[in-house]
Design a protein around this ligand. Sequence first.
Ligand SMILES: Cc1cc2nc3c(=O)[nH]c(=O)nc-3n(C[C@H](O)[C@H](O)[C@H](O)COP(=O)(O)OP(=O)(O)OC[C@H]3O[C@@H](n4cnc5c(N)ncnc54)[C@H](O)[C@@H]3O)c2cc1C
Length: 305
Amino acid sequence: MIPGAAREALEETLGDRVRFRFPLARCTSLRVGGPVDALATPETREEIARTLAICAAHRIPHCVIGAGFNTLALDDRFECVALQLGRLRRLEERPDGCLRVEAGVTHSQLTNFCIERGLAGLEFGCGIPGTVGGWLAMNAGIPGRELKDVVQEIEVISPTGRGVRHIPRAELRFVYRALRGLAPGSVILSALLSVTLSNTGAVRAEVDRLLAARQKTQPLNVPSCGSVFKNPPGDFAGRLVEAAGLKGRRLGGAEISAVHANFIANRGGATAADVLALIREAQAAVWQTAGKRLVPEVRVIGDKP
Ligand SMILES: Cc1cc2nc3c(=O)[nH]c(=O)nc-3n(C[C@H](O)[C@H](O)[C@H](O)COP(=O)(O)OP(=O)(O)OC[C@H]3O[C@@H](n4cnc5c(N)ncnc54)[C@H](O)[C@@H]3O)c2cc1C
């Protein structure tokens, strides 16, 4: 529960950019999740700093949500202030061959920017839905190419909102689908991403090729969070779940996709409990049939009931 003084301070700082008891189902691509105590959508760095400072002063936990494409929000009330940086969407080309990209820039905004200017190097992200903040936190990628390949620096604000640091590439610890080493609760504000000069036709052709390949193999017309599990070394999570006989398995409103067994789709009315139950079932079945441990890629947020 947010104390009255903190609520007033949040309202004073953010005006109508803070909403209380906001359903997280509206912030996640799986369309599941209960209410969070407050959803803050700050518009400037100052508002982010003040929001974090208010949370720290009142000992209220906070979390960051990008566009929610890799997030499973639990069903029960979540005692937290969720910050969403979708209003930080500045994107500039610099003379040194880099783009300065704010955390709320979306994959489609960035892809279109690169196509228009004939900038190559980021085409791999065209079908990875989300924001640059989420891409960085997840080290998003496709086989053979990850965000870490193009990041030159990130700009991060501390969990209490007190200091901003520019962390150079050499100090960033990107691993498979994660960025390690930031203090918990840090908020990524922007990044420098390197690109190379090409031409519009070539960049568009590569984007079209990648999107067409995805259309064939992924269930893109139903709510999901993309790959639920990380691929274990030398294997594919989807192959293992399928081999365990669970492709198409349905529980409540959730379904292990019949198109790609590493996707769980919301077929209508799914709850986080349905999705979690399928995740556990798949883990147990793959452990039994193949002796491999499946580690979730999807990030779970919320208070455990
Ligand atoms: C159809 C589909 C296909 C997908 N294909 C791929 C794929 O090919 N490759 C791939 O890697 N992923 C894929 N994904 C997953 C998803 O697109 C990526 O993980 C993406 O990076 C999520 O971005 P987001 O902004 O939605 O992050 P969210 O889901 O909102 O957040 C993910 C994590 O990032 C953190 N975060 C977000 N913003 C910030 C910030 N500013 N500062 C600090 N932390 C932050 C959150 O706290 C959370 O831990 C797919 C998803 C879908 C639905």
